[in-house]
Structure formats: C-alpha cells, structure tokens
Design a protein around this ligand. Sequence first.
Ligand SMILES: C=CC1=C(C)c2cc3[nH]c(cc4nc(cc5[nH]c(cc1n2)c(C)c5CCC(=O)O)C(CCC(=O)O)=C4C)c(C)c3C=C
Ligand SMILES: [Fe+2]
Ligand SMILES: [Fe+2]
Length: 339
Amino acid sequence: MKKKGILIVNLGTPDSPSVPDVRKYLREFLMDGRVIDIPFLSRWMLVNLIIAPFRAPKSAKVYEELWDERGSPLLYYGEDVVKALKEELPNEYEVELAMRYQSPSIENGLQALKSKCVSEILVLPLFPQYASATTGSVVQKVNDIVNTWQVIPSIKFVNQFLEEESFMDALTIVAKKYVEEEKYDHFLFSYHGLPERQIHKASVDGYCKLNDKCCSTFHKKNQYCYRAQCFETSRLLASRLGIEEENYTVCFQSRLGKDPWIQPYADDLLKELPKQGKKRVLAFSPSFVADCLETTIEVGEEFKEEFIDAGGEKWDLVESLNNHPLWINCLKEIILKNT
Ligand SMILES: C=CC1=C(C)c2cc3[nH]c(cc4nc(cc5[nH]c(cc1n2)c(C)c5CCC(=O)O)C(CCC(=O)O)=C4C)c(C)c3C=C
Ligand SMILES: [Fe+2]
Ligand SMILES: [Fe+2]
C-alpha cells in the first residue's frame, strides 16, 4: 500500500517566553523577505537594530501572559490536531506537524515523512486565507528544502480553505453559543493586517485597488487578494449566523511600522463603535485557527480594554477552533479531498 504524507504547518511561536527565545523567534520570522518585503539590507537593519532589541523584551512579557502549563497554545493545539488526525485518518496516512519558524521545523517534518517512505506529500498550511507572508512563505520553504533532495517527491499544497463548507460549519458551531446566549449590538471580524503593497504585489493585472470593487466581491481575478478573502470569510460566516450586513464590520489588526496597512484599522474602530451606540460587541478572529498572542492577548484583552475605555460596555471574543472535533473533521475532509 502506498503511503501518503501530510505536513500540517502553522506560523510558529517562540520556544519559551524568555527574552532571548522571543528575540530569536522575531529575528527568524521578520527576516523572512515575504513577511517584511523590503530590500535585504534595510530589512536586516530594521529587524536587528530596531525591532528585535526593542520589541523582544515587550513581547516576552506578553508571551509570558499567554503561556500556560502546556506552553504556547499555537503549538499545543497543533500537536492535539495532529494526534487526532493520526487516529482518524486511514492507515496509509502519515501526519507530521511543523512550524514555519522555530520548532518543530519544516525540515524535520519533511525528513520524518521521507523516512516513513511516503510516495506523495500534501502540505496543509493552517491559514484559511492566502497571503504571501504566510502560505506563500511555507510553500517557498518546502520547495527550497526538497529542491536539495536527490529524489524530489510529488508535492501538493493547500493554498486556502476559507470556502470549505466544513470550515464554515466549525466556525459557526463555535460562534453560535455566543450569538444565542448574549445580546450584542454589533459583530466585529478582526483579521491579521498586511502592508498594502503586499496586496498590490499579489494582484493579477493590477485588479486589486483596495477598494469596494475588488474587495466586496470574490472571484477568479481576486482569488488571492487577502483583503477580498477576509471580506468573503466574513460574509459567509455572517450569513450562516444570521447576522445582517449592517450589523457587522471587518477590520485589520497588528499593524507594524509606518507604511500603510490594509484598512479599516481595528484600533480606530474600537474608538468609533461606542460613539455609534454599538456598546456590546462580539469579536471574531477568523484568520487564526488556534489561540495565540494575536487573539487571546491582542483582541481578547488589549482591544477589550481600549473599547471599554472608549465607552463600550461588553466585549467578548469567540475562541479559535483550537482542537474542536469539527475542526479536526474539516482538516480530515480537506486531506481526503486532496489526496
Ligand atoms: C511585517 C510584519 C508582519 C506581517 C506581514 C504579518 C503577517 C501575518 N501574521 C499572521 C499570523 C500571526 N502573526 C503572529 C505574530 C506576529 N506577527 C508579526 C508581524 C507580522 N505578521 C509580529 C511582529 C508578531 C509577533 C508578536 C509580537 O511580538 O507582538 C502570530 C502569533 C504567534 C504566537 O506565537 O502566538 C500569528 C499567528 C498572519 C495570518 C499574517 C498574514 C495574513
Ligand atoms: Fe503576524
Ligand atoms: Fe483586492
């Protein structure tokens, strides 16, 4: 029986919340030319002389808060998911977990699949929406590694999965308990941001102008426009949850540096919503499938504080899919469909 190898890849997290480990993680992550897409020398100076020295101690404190007895949720939920998939998939499947940055490395994951004599590999990055900085970077790293091998295996990549029915099923069930139990004035879909230039660079024939024409619809021309994908994810989820268009807003968080990032910016909205009488808000983080710094701390704690300070009354965050059985089912379906 031919064996099929599955490499599940997420972004990565520091090995520990210590300042040296956070600095090591930030250096590897931000020196990736797909993440900070500026010339090498400028990137090197920005990362090594400014971001790593000054941001690492601040970030380490926040990672300390995120860390629990199992470690970093991004990593341990990845381990849970892989364990469950190993139990649920037929015998011919071999599943490995990897992180784009830090550990477990993509190199070790691919090597483990090779040692198990798989005949084909499916790489499944855990990013529902495609971005060059995330999925694109995983694809490049995997290709760079296998290109050094004597035998280059047959490899397939899952570029995005926001439209999968089973993904929407999982998101809907996790969110439903909040929507049914509490009364909210407004719903906020907050996605990780990107520099605007990365949208332009991904655009086919200059189609993406970051306006309503591009991002309020989703089709062949803008299928890799991250902003359009985020709007589409929100439309699909809102429709499943019975949330009317006027009752939700899409926004983008985690801007870094002075260049323009995709809008609307989450921090501007937090101040605006209470002024518009929207004081009870439920937030969603559908660009993250596992709880991490960007969800639990940024949206769950920092945004909540800013929103309450601006006159808001209630702020809840829908947790990520983490190790939910419907999320495992979604991954299983994606794997079976693509192998
Ligand atoms: C130029 C910088 C960044 C781009 C572009 C970017 C894109 C991007 N990132 C994620 C997912 C995650 N990012 C996380 C943390 C994080 N991201 C950046 C910068 C960029 N991200 C930084 C500096 C950090 C570190 C946090 C800090 O020090 O404050 C995480 C969390 C990891 C964890 O361990 O919890 C995730 C996940 C996506 C999906 C994305 C593009 C769409
Ligand atoms: Fe990020
Ligand atoms: Fe677009």
